[in-house]
Ligand binder design. Structure first.
Ligand SMILES: O=C(O)CCC(=O)C(=O)O
Ligand SMILES: [Fe+2]
Length: 347
């Protein structure tokens, strides 16, 4: 195939992949915003290898200040320590846009499971003072079923650090879309007009120590059941307790052991759909057998909710025809969230 520029175009769809990984790669992001295109491309190639084979990697040198992370995590701990009645005032089932508090067992990520042994607090886009480099107030945007404001607890010292973390990680995450585009042999700005209003959902998660009464049918205690993420990619902060596991194509669970100072990035289903599964949205779960409290903070990055998830032409070929029906990102995410919360929805 020849591209419009006349140069031979690589059929990414025919790229070989091997997802029998035994460990999760670590990628240094110091060059993420390098002014040198050769350095950006070198980083994009590492990202491509990790996305094609594993779907997960650690990020070092992300540039997000440690105190921003610590303050948000401490705020989360204070929130989860509130009485259950205060947390239930913010019950996620009361909001139509999946924002607020999820109680223990309120979510069932793996349809075969009985509910996940974690509690969570979800927020979406919201402006922040002082203004940051990305748009201030886009709450009035039309996000279809996902639109609406965040709901906040009446807890001094909570909202500000949580929003600071949200904005720092969103700012960092938006810099990754051009790298993913490069990794797919697309123009660097391919996602620019598709990510104008960060469809970024952040969750504070708390996994209590698990007890034998939370064993599932296989004898495992599940903090979050086996699942793939719904958006393009997830940037996850985890504390020092090893609980996250990633499944390779042989069915083996590989521990994503915490590495201090890093984030874990994983590909989600939106990017798997864009790339016709060339980039792997890999199944993962968390089991907290440590006997201690565990905290983590995933931030899910999607494209704008009105954007169609259409396969990128170089990711389809006669051997790899398009696999997925084309839907908008918003429809897709909402459908997946509805499935996740159905089991605990009040009738
Ligand atoms: O807490 C973790 O380590 C993983 C969380 C996760 O997979 C999710 O929220 O989608
Ligand atoms: Fe996940």
């Amino acid at each position: 195939m020849i591209s419009s520029s006349g140069s031979p175009k690589m059929i990414i769809a025919n790229r070989q992949s091997d997802s029998t990984f035994e460990e999760i790669p670590v990628i240094d992001f110091a060059d993420a915003s390098s002014s040198n295109p050769v350095r950006r491309m070198a980083l994009a190639e590492k990202i491509r290898d990790a996305c094609v084979n594993v779907g997960f990697f650690y990020i070092t040198n992300h540039g997000i200040p440690e105190d921003i992370v610590t303050d948000a995590v401490e705020a989360g701990k204070k929130f989860f320590a509130l009485p259950i009645s205060s947390k239930m005032d913010l019950d996620i089932h009361k909001a139509k846009n999946f924002k607020g508090y999820t109680a223990l067992l309120g979510e069932n990520t793996d349809p075969a499971g009985r509910g996940d042994l974690h509690e969570g607090f979800d927020i979406g886009w919201e402006g922040h003072q002082p203004p940051r480099s990305i748009g201030q107030d886009i709450l009035s945007r039309n996000d279809g079923g996902m639109s609406g404001t965040n709901i906040w607890p009446d807890l001094p010292g909570f909202k500000d650090p949580v929003l600071s973390y949200y904005h720092s990680v969103v700012e960092f995450g938006l810099k990754l879309f051009p790298l993913f585009a490069l990794a797919l042999d697309l123009p660097e700005n391919f996602f620019e007009d598709k990510t104008t209003k960060p469809a970024a959902i952040m969750r504070l998660l708390h996994y209590p120590p698990q007890s034998p009464s939370t064993l599932d049918n296989d004898g495992n205690e599940i903090g979050i059941g086996a699942h793939t993420d719904y958006e393009c990619f997830t940037i996850l902060w985890q504390d020092t307790i090893s609980a996250l596991q990633v499944q390779n194509t042989e069915g083996k669970w590989i521990d994503a052991v915490p590495i201090p100072g890093t984030f874990v990035l994983n590909i989600g289903d939106q990017l798997a759909r864009w790339t016709n599964d060339v980039f792997k949205s890999t199944v993962h779960r968390a089991i907290n057998k440590s006997g201690q409290e565990r905290y983590s903070v995933p931030l899910f990055f999607g494209v704008d909710y009105d954007v169609l998830l259409k396969p990128i032409p170089s990711c389809i070929s006669s051997e790899m025809p398009a696999k997925y029906e084309v839907v908008t990102a918003g429809e897709y995410v909402k459908r997946r969230l509805q499935e996740t919360y159905t089991h605990s929805a009040k009738q």
